[in-house]
Design a protein around this ligand. Structure first.
Ligand code: NAP
Length: 338
């Protein structure tokens, strides 16, 4: 049986997901879409050469009897509302990050899902599906480098638009590290501090760039994450885990090395879509397979909530300059891995 998907939001990642669901992955097909810009949605489908019903309102996609499961790829502030509506309709929903604009919003989704009685929500944290991060996690869980003591990480983008401000470095960018580092270390955050180095001249008035975010985890691991979103040179994700017995590093994306004109050179990617293209494919194929098997196993609403609790503390730390506590309530048994 082909799973019939409805996609809400046909911007950059919406179009990418529509393309991969219809042209790359197995077992699903996008049959309906919506976007606040209906003409834009129609034009996107035409460009992708895909036929699907176009709705002006995402809620009509959720209500459509022709749609089995939902992908929410619209603007951040709409995520909570569409995800709650999908849960109320009893439909599986893949929601791009962030699950909601605050921890309270994420908690509302968690509560609604628990009340429904079965997991319906997967959050679009794709890094746990990246081959490099998976290999890094295996090295850690196999005990090859002993217990992790420190992590040194960086999230660098060539440039960001003027609409991206200082808090967006947390809610839009660091949110990926907030999820993947919890998953990688099987640990939760305890405290956070944000420090601001000298601001790059490539930034704009509303953005302090770069930033360094310093965490202590419940197990006492220290993590530093550099966020530098006007780094100019490329889209570069780094993660180094220092353990008791050795050091493990996230592998670089494979690329041809050249020796030419007295230089040894390896290209660096510039676009997030290319850096994680394989991870997005694996992530959405897993969602499709899980929905068909009637049991979700990917990043949960609780993971979305946990990242958001940490994000809220980071936002507070950006303003206070102090070390802020990250208060994570105990995970409900509902989210214990089966
Ligand atoms: P985008 O290009 O701006 O696309 C968002 C789309 O949603 C736009 O077409 C927007 O229309 C539309 N939209 C806004 N409000 C809507 C509503 N009420 N109903 C339906 N559509 C609505 O942004 P994007 O880069 O694709 O990002 C979309 C989401 O995916 C964001 O939440 C982002 O955080 C997330 N994302 C995740 C990753 C990842 O790595 N997992 C990567 C990129 C993005 P207008 O343009 O007319 O406002």
């Amino acid at each position: 049986m082909t799973l019939k998907l409805g996609v809400i939001g046909t911007g950059a990642i919406g179009q990418e997901h529509i393309r991969r669901c219809n042209n790359v992955l197995q077992g699903a097909k996008v049959v309906a879409v919506s976007d606040i810009n209906v003409e834009g949605a129609k034009a996107a489908l035409q460009r992708l050469n895909i036929e699907a019903e176009v709705f002006a309102d995402g809620h009509d996609v959720i209500k459509s009897p022709n749609v089995d499961a939902i992908l929410v790829t619209s603007w951040d502030p709409t995520h909570e509302d569409f995800t709650l509506a999908a849960v109320a309709a009893g439909k599986y929903v893949f929601c791009e990050k962030p699950l909601a604009m605050s921890a309270e919003g994420c908690r509302r989704v968690v509560d609604a899902e628990i009340k429904h009685g079965k997991r319906l929500v997967q959050v679009g944290f794709m890094r746990p599906y990246d081959a490099g991060y998976r290999a890094l996690k295996k090295v850690i869980t196999d005990g090859d480098i002993g217990e992790p003591l420190m992590l040194h990480c960086a999230h660098r983008n060539p440039t960001v638009p003027e609409s991206y401000d200082t808090p967006a470095a947390i809610t839009n960018t660091l949110i990926h590290e907030l999820d993947v580092l919890r998953w990688l270390t099987n640990d939760d955050y305890k405290t956070v501090q944000v420090v601001f180095p000298r601001v790059t001249s490539k930034s704009h008035a509303k953005l302090k760039d770069p930033q360094i975010v310093l965490f202590e985890t419940q197990k006492g691991v220290r993590i530093d994450v550099e966020i530098f979103v006007n780094c100019v040179y490329g889209y570069d994700i780094q993660c180094e885990v220092v353990g008791e017995l050795g050091i493990a590093r996230l592998p670089e994306p494979s690329a041809v090395q050249t020796r030419k004109a007295a230089q040894l050179a390896t290209p660096i990617l510039t676009d997030w879509k290319d850096r994680f293209i394989g991870a997005y494919d694996v992530e959405l194929q897993a969602f499709i397979n899980d929905v068909k098997a009637d049991v979700l196993t990917g990043p949960s609403a609780w993971d979305g909530f946990a990242a958001s609790v940490a994000a809220d503390a980071c936002l507070k730390a950006q303003v206070s300059g102090a070390i802020e506590a990250i208060e994570m309530p105990p995970r409900p048994a509902f989210y214990d891995k089966k």
